[in-house]
Write a new protein. Sequence first.
Length: 85
Amino acid sequence: MSIGIQSALGKVLSFLDQLDTHHIWYRLEHVRDSIMVTISVPGERWEVEFFEDGQIEVERFHSSGVVVGESALDELIAQHGSDAG
């Protein structure tokens, strides 16, 4: 294992330790050529990607705080889904 991989892995492990210490919920995924940590906190979702070369990308999604009813589900599926067939 090269030093670069160990350094990148060290960054992931250190970040996960921080999340655990602060009792922040997360999920791990393998996306593209990275390990992605998805974090959910009130009003936000973060996607943090760790790449083999040590690069880290962070994307934050903010909630508008607007809560809608069940009727929005059909609209959301129609807007973002694809037709089967």
